[in-house]
Design a binder for this molecule. Structure first.
Ligand SMILES: [Fe+2]
Length: 411
């Protein structure tokens, strides 16, 4: 049933694709049928990716070792292809629209000139020029359609590569008045939303670990959505995380996706990798002779599947001496205000992916109070990562995956 809903939602895209891509080529009937079938098949495959992922989350044992495990990444790659084609069509159509405006203006001027000179007919030169423009337009229509197809063939693997491998190291300085001088210069590497599974494999995790360790962090914070899958099938892909190295430890809180699969199993699994998992709790670490609290909450929507997994920022921050500097890890921006109200000095956040792809960022910005980057709120700091991985198709437009390096300064 859910598949039919997704298919119905994507069918208008198939029609647009056919109308904007195949129709202008004026092909023979059999070729129109062939390319129409290709578009419908691509749409049907893409529409099945998300319901299949949800089905896998509900019945993991039934899908473990099945052929669907192999096919799923290709469905997500097909999704990237579909998005890239749509983006290129939009760009091409904008250029067409511009050309149309130029054409209308030119015709208006020509008519005005004719009126002024009292002529009622075009000169042979003007008719010739008009015919040349017409045939040039027909050629450009076909050529631009082929350019969209060719562009998609090139841009799709480039986009997949960029989303999986081209992570930006984002250096951020956060100045806080209440920062003890002993914590000045502390370097926190912030990872978030890696989404291991689907198209993010063991070698990708190993690459993230190598890039993170190369930054020589004092502390590593991971703010949720680590996985899309269950430990028995993709647990091995997380093994490289065991190699993460930081003077004051590696810290993790869950995201909504971790709970969608199996929150309890993943918390235990990740703890076994030597990572501190904070479930509405805090720990106190000693840095340069003073104490600092590191707190973290269960995801804001952790209790969707199981009521025991309720987020509780009060519990996470209670019992910490008022003057002690408090670093808080949360997955969703919805947890930020409660964290600040309960004493957090610096809140690290994930979940939004910064929008991941233009123009989705506008929706994310409208929906979230804290959508990406640094916010200062009454002398406290909130930093939202754009995410180290991605969700859905491997595609990021305008918001590349990032590893954030946060350096604390005294204001
Ligand atoms: Fe995420």
């Amino acid at each position: 049933m859910i598949y039919l809903v997704f298919l119905a939602a994507l069918l208008p895209f198939a029609l647009i694709l056919y109308g904007r891509l195949i129709s202008p080529l004026k092909l023979q009937r059999r070729w129109r049928f062939f390319w129409g079938s290709v578009i419908v098949t691509l749409t049907a495959i893409v529409a099945y990716a998300l319901p299949l992922t949800l089905q896998m989350a509900r019945h993991p044992a039934a899908y473990a070792d099945s052929i669907w495990m192999t096919l799923l990444p290709w469905m997500y790659y097909a999704m990237t292809l579909l998005f890239v084609i749509i983006m290129l069509i939009v760009i091409r159509d904008l250029v067409w629209l511009l050309a149309k405006v130029v054409h209308v203006v030119r015709e208006y001027r020509q008519n005005a000139a004719m009126k002024k000179s009292g002529r009622t007919e075009l000169t042979p030169e003007e008719i010739e020029a008009s015919n040349v423009r017409m045939s040039r337009r027909t050629f450009l229509k076909k050529a631009s359609t082929l350019a969209v197809v060719g562009g998609a063939v090139v841009a799709t693997p480039v986009s997949i590569y960029a989303a999986k491998h081209d992570r930006k190291i984002k250096e951020v300085e956060i100045a806080l008045e209440q920062l003890p001088k002993e914590l000045e210069g502390l370097r926190i590497v912030h990872l978030s939303d890696i989404h291991v599974g689907n198209t993010m494999f063991k070698e990708d995790v190993a690459a993230i670990v190598a890039e993170t360790n190369a930054l020589n962090p004092d502390l590593i914070a991971i703010t949720g959505d680590m996985v899309d899958g269950i430990p028995s099938t993709i647990g091995d892909w997380l093994e490289p995380l065991r190699e993460l190295k930081a003077r004051y430890g590696v810290w993790f809180v869950t995201g909504n996706h971790d709970h969608m699969w199996d929150g309890r199993a993943w918390c235990d699994f990740i703890a076994n990798l030597g990572i501190h998992v904070l479930e509405n709790a805090h720990e106190i670490v000693k840095i340069n002779g003073i104490q600092m609290a590191i707190a973290g909450v269960i995801d804001y929507r952790g209790d969707r599947k199981n009521r025991r997994w309720k987020t509780d920022p009060v519990a996470a921050l209670s019992g910490i001496p008022q003057k002690m500097f408090k670093l808080m890890l949360v997955h969703q921006p919805a947890s930020v205000d409660d964290s600040l109200a309960n004493g957090a000095d610096l809140v690290l956040v994930g979940h939004t992916h910064g929008g991941q792809c233009w123009p989705i960022n506008y929706i994310v910005d409208a929906m979230m109070k804290y959508s990406r980057g640094l916010y200062m709120v009454d002398g406290k700091a909130v930093f939202v990562s754009c995410g180290t991985g991605y969700w859905g198709p491997p595609l990021r437009i305008g918001f590349p995956p990032e590893i954030d390096v946060i350096t604390l300064k005294k204001a």
